[in-house]
Design a protein around this ligand. Structure first.
Ligand code: KG4
Ligand code: ZN
Length: 363
């Protein structure tokens, strides 16, 4: 691969409930530019079920992916022959959707004789800040979405050390489940944040999970149960009760997150020295209260906080294309044998923490 020339990479994302395609250009100096980034969310298809239904997700990806890719290529103003590579998220995620995206990428790669790159979806989140700003390794990533809650040392492309993870529910999942039990619409995270603004965060003394522990792991299911227990005592449930429950739940998440990240940054320092930045990604990073808590953690640790724009924090094709471009520059290509993977550890050496209970948690 001639790394002295700009490269053009098509990225395809289908691991959960967003179908996305994007074209990204990487310059020889390592900087990146998004030429197109089209995301179609399946929220409407899943809303009446209160969560993502895997079979519906896979079918919805099939329905729209080819047109989405066509639009992304047109918007970028290029043809398939000009692509340097085609990248698809090959996992971790809902296997039906992953198969749709990876198979489509393989077909394009085969027909146009283009290199294929099978990207780890978590790696794509991890590398996104290098697309939006010139960030050098190593840095510390806090990834919190509907399926993942991790603190990761990003030491280089393909070089990740997991410093902490959830032992049960993912953070976005906990927000969604609390919203559901309170009768708020799906997806629940933004709703809980909105309703919490009008509530009293001190009314319910919910537990602060894992506070003070020497490891940097998270736990959210006990907190969710505490909300459920409190809820069952509140009859009839008034709007103010819902607001207070949301505010008190969110306050517990914030305090736990700040504590876990402070420990995570210490673990980082011990292994890699001072991180170049603390980076946040995933849908939960869209939460303003969480952003403020991260700001405090970063200020206390005297490191820069980088949160990519919301559209690049949540699932999108540009992050997959960019991870593909970073891999391409290092000659890290895949073959037609690349397998779709429901589970795919970012850090192959990460051990499953004691108490591990949830297969959605991103191990
Ligand atoms: O990264 P993402 O778009 O998709 C994946 O899960 O991969 O994250 C979606 C998750 C959902 O659980 C959603 O409820 C949560 O992120 N989320 C939020 C907020 N916005 C999205 N959680 C809390 N506060 C928010 N404002
Ligand atoms: Zn994601």
């Amino acid at each position: 691969m001639d790394t002295s020339k700009p490269t053009l990479v098509l990225g395809i994302e289908t691991t959960c409930d967003e179908t996305a395609a994007a074209v990204v250009e990487r310059q020889a100096d390592g900087s990146g530019k998004i030429l197109s980034n089209i995301v179609r969310s399946q929220t409407e298809e899943h809303a009446r079920f209160g969560g993502v239904v895997p079979e519906i997700a896979a079918r919805a990806h099939v329905d729209v992916l080819d047109r989405l890719i066509d639009s992304a290529m047109k918007e970028a103003g290029i043809g398939f022959a000009q692509l340097s590579a085609v990248a698809a998220a090959a996992g971790p995620g809902l296997i039906g959707g992953v198969i749709v995206g990876l198979t489509t990428a393989k077909a394009i790669a085969m027909v146009h004789n283009t290199p294929l790159i099978a990207v780890n979806h978590l790696e794509a989140h991890a590398l996104t800040p290098r697309l939006t700003c010139a960030l050098a390794f190593p840095y510390c990533l806090f990834l919190a979405s509907g399926g993942h809650t991790q603190i990761v040392a990003v030491a280089g492309v393909g070089n990740y050390v997991r410093l902490g993870t959830t032992v049960d529910d993912a953070m976005g999942e906990a927000f969604d489940k609390v919203a559901k039990m309170l009768g708020l619409p799906y997806p629940g995270g933004p709703e809980v944040e909105r309703v919490a603004r009008g509530g009293d965060s001190a009314r319910f003394a919910f537990p602060r999970p894992m506070l003070g522990r020497a490891d940097a792991n998270f736990s959210l299911s006990g907190l969710k149960t505490a909300v459920r227990n409190e809820l069952s005592r509140l009859t009839p449930l008034e709007a103010i009760d819902v607001a207070d429950l949301c505010a008190s739940f969110q306050a517990a998440v914030l305090e736990s997150t700040a504590d876990r990240l402070t420990v995570g940054l210490k673990l980082f320092e011990d292994k890699f020295g001072s991180p170049r930045a603390l980076v946040a990604a995933g849908g939960v990073a869209a939460n303003q209260a969480i952003r403020t808590a991260l700001q405090d953690v970063a200020a206390k640790a005297q490191i820069t906080l980088i949160i990519p724009p919301p559209a690049l924090c949540t699932d999108n094709g540009a992050m997959i294309a960019w991870a593909g471009a970073e891999r391409l520059a290092l000659g890290m290509l895949d073959t037609m044998d690349a397998a779709p993977r429901a589970r795919w550890l970012l850090d192959a050496n990460a051990v499953v923490p004691a108490g591990f209970a949830n297969t959605r948690a991103g191990f």
